[in-house]
Design a protein around this ligand. Structure first.
Ligand SMILES: C[S@@+](CC[C@H](N)C(=O)[O-])C[C@H]1O[C@@H](n2cnc3c(N)ncnc32)[C@H](O)[C@@H]1O
Length: 184
C-alpha cells in the first residue's frame, strides 16, 4: 500500500471510531437514571427573546444550573451586566467554556467550577437560569423551591417545571411558549 492508501485508511478509522464513540455516549446518556440534560447550548432565538423581554438588574447574581460552555452566561453578562456563576459536571463543556471566555475576553468576570449544581447554595442568587429537559426540571423542582432566596426569579428556557405555574411567559413570533419566569 502506498502512503495515500494508509492515510485514507487512517481517516476512515478515525471517522468510524468517532461515530462509535458518539453513539456509545448517546446510549450511556439515554439509560442514565437521572436523565440529566446533555451539553447543548442556548439558541440565539431564545437569547434574543430574553434580550427583548427580560429586565434583569445590573450587578445582581445569576447562576446557570448546568452552564455548558457558558454561552447563556456570556449573553447575560453582556446584555444585563449581572454577576455570573456557573457550574457543570461535563469537563468537556467546561474546558471549552474556559477557552471561549479567554477568546471572548470574559476571563476576569468568570467563576467557573466543575461541580454538581445540586451541591451549590442556591440561597445566594437573585436569578436562577435553567435550560434543562423536563425530566430533570421535575427532578430538581423541590430542591430549587426549598433552597432559593425568597425574592429570587427563575428563568426557564424552553421547558417548564412540572408543579409550579410561571408568573410570566414569553412567546416567540409563532406564539410558541419559550421563556418561563417563576417566583416562590
Ligand atoms: C442543555 S445544557 C445547557 C447549557 C447552558 N445552560 C446554556 O444554556 O447554554 C445542560 C447542561 O447541564 C449540565 N448538567 C446536567 N446536570 C447537571 C448537574 N447535576 N450538575 C451540573 N451540571 C449539570 C450538562 O452537563 C449540560 O452541559
Amino acid at each position: 500500500m502506498n502512503f495515500f492508501a494508509y492515510f485514507l485508511l487512517l481517516i476512515i478509522l478515525i471517522v468510524f471510531g468517532l461515530n462509535i464513540w458518539l453513539i456509545s455516549l448517546f446510549f450511556v446518556w439515554l439509560f442514565r437514571k437521572d436523565k440529566a440534560a446533555p451539553y447543548v447550548w442556548s439558541f440565539r432565538k431564545e437569547l434574543l427573546l430574553m434580550k427583548e423581554n427580560l429586565h434583569l438588574e445590573k450587578g445582581k447574581k445569576l447562576v446557570d444550573l448546568g452552564c455548558g460552555d457558558g454561552k447563556a452566561l456570556r449573553f447575560f453578562v453582556k446584555t444585563f451586566g449581572i454577576q455570573w456563576f456557573w457550574y457543570d459536571i461535563n469537563i468537556f463543556a467546561i474546558t471549552l467554556g474556559k477557552a471561549f471566555n479567554r477568546w471572548f475576553g470574559f476571563r476576569k468576570s468568570v467563576f467557573l467550577e466543575k461541580k454538581n449544581f445540586m451541591n451549590v447554595d442556591l440561597s445566594t442568587f437573585d436569578y436562577i437560569y435553567v435550560y434543562l429537559l423536563p425530566a430533570q426540571l421535575a427532578f430538581i423542582e423541590d430542591w430549587v423551591w426549598n433552597n432559593m432566596k425568597k425574592d429570587a426569579i427563575i428563568i426557564a428556557n424552553s421547558f417548564q417545571f412540572k408543579n409550579h405555574v410561571p408568573f410570566e411567559v414569553t412567546k416567540d413570533k409563532k406564539g410558541k411558549w419559550c421563556i418561563f419566569l417563576y417566583k416562590k
